[in-house]
Design a protein around this ligand. Structure first.
Ligand code: MRU
Length: 367
């Protein structure tokens, strides 16, 4: 996607051909800065501190983190150490384990002398594949937006609500939930996006609004609690969100608050879609509520807010009464019964074991 007129992916190799560049997402939307990672430890810290975030980008960064580790030391012991360091960074997004598992299978049988080169080439492939998967998700989601537009009076704006950031910043390019929106906008379909601010880290207000603004897509940031009210008043035609882990039965973990949006959508007959590449499906799980690990993050993310001060600098402000404890579960699980459909790279599936198995028979058989 383009920022300041220049095309970017969210992760790329530096000029020297081995260090890894990423956009520092903790500085957006106020500063567009890049960070250069030169070790697996730096890659792990970038994931942990959310310099990079979003399920597919976490997976891609972990893959390059492993390549950095293999460049430094390609022994069996170093491979295992890097796999466990990177695998322990964030618990909910399954793309992390998907990417590391794939790299482990590729690298383990190789002579150590060949591992670094192969790790770089597989990390690059993971990135290219992610771009293709997201683009395909965009095409399938575009079909859904077109279908809704066809039911409305000609030229009527389609209002789409999204939660958190599942745009190009969360992937290598295009995004998942936002990919259909970009394609619809580019195709001349009038779309407007309700952007949930997404407390506590405000990925909606900071990242989704930034992306949509840069692409010229009409949007409005709303407080997280506004979505249900807008749905009751017919102001939302559909919801599209991303996911960090989807079970083989179609339960969906996504940013905290997604479940409440799904409940409100269900109550108001608003279609609730989840967009995901198959790399986000955990074929080993069948009960999202009981099995998906939910990340618990620091209370400070709830007690403090970051914002741009009058002096043009970014400051952190306390917004909770001093002394009051805060809890910070980062994700929740939306049961499959509340999901209208899963928008994948192979098409739109009902959120059910049968629906997913029809689209991905080879995976479902192996699960
Ligand atoms: O905590 P984050 O910012 O990594 O959470 C991101 C989300 O919840 C996204 O919706 C999800 O990763 C899907 S990204 C295509």
């Amino acid at each position: 996607m383009k920022i300041h007129g220049q095309a970017y992916r969210t992760i790329w190799l530096a000029q020297d051909g081995w260090r890894v560049c990423v956009i520092d997402q903790t500085r957006l939307p106020f500063r567009f800065e890049t960070v250069t990672l030169s070790s697996s430890e730096a890659a792990a810290e970038a994931i942990r501190s959310m310099v990079v975030r979003g399920a597919p980008l976490i997976g891609a960064t972990a893959a390059y983190g492993l390549a950095l580790a293999m460049r430094a030391d390609a022994s069996d012991a170093a491979l295992e150490a890097a796999l466990s360091l990177l695998g322990a960074t964030r618990p909910t997004a399954v793309n992390l384990h998907w990417a590391l598992g794939r790299m482990r299978r590729v690298l383990t049988p190789l002579e150590p002398g060949r591992r670094a080169e192969m790790a770089y080439s597989d990390a690059a492939l993971i990135c290219d594949e992610d771009v293709a998967l997201c683009r395909a998700i965009g095409e399938h989601g575009l079909g859904l937006i077109r279908a809704i537009a066809a039911e409305r009076p000609a030229g009527k704006t389609i209002n789409i609500l999204t939660h958190c950031n599942a745009g190009w910043l969360a992937t290598v390019d295009w995004g998942t939930a936002l990919a259909p929106i970009y394609l619809a906008h580019d195709a001349g379909i009038p779309v407007h996006v309700w952007v949930d601010e997404t407390r506590p880290r405000n990925q909606g207000a900071a990242l989704t609004a930034y992306e949509l603004g840069a692409h010229g897509v009409p949007h409005t940031v709303i407080a997280d609690n506004a979505g249900g009210h807008l749905m009751q008043h017919g102001e939302v035609d559909m919801v599209i969100v991303g996911t960090d882990r989807t079970t083989a039965t179609g339960d969906v973990a996504n940013k905290i608050g997604t479940y409440l949006k799904a409940l409100a959508a269900h109550d108001n007959g608003v279609p609730f879609y989840v967009a995901l590449p198959s790399t986000t499906i955990d074929w080993s799980m069948s009960d999202g509520l009981r099995q998906i690990p939910i990340e618990e993050r620091a209370a400070r993310e709830v007690t403090h807010l970051a914002g741009l001060g009058e002096d043009g600098e970014v400051h952190s402000f306390r917004v909770v009464a001093p002394g009051s404890p805060a809890a910070n579960p980062a994700f929740d699980v939306t049961p499959a019964r509340l999901v209208t459909g899963l928008i994948t790279e192979r098409g739109v599936a009902p959120a059910s074991a049968e629906g997913l198995a029809r689209l991905f028979p080879e995976q479902a058989r192996g699960a």
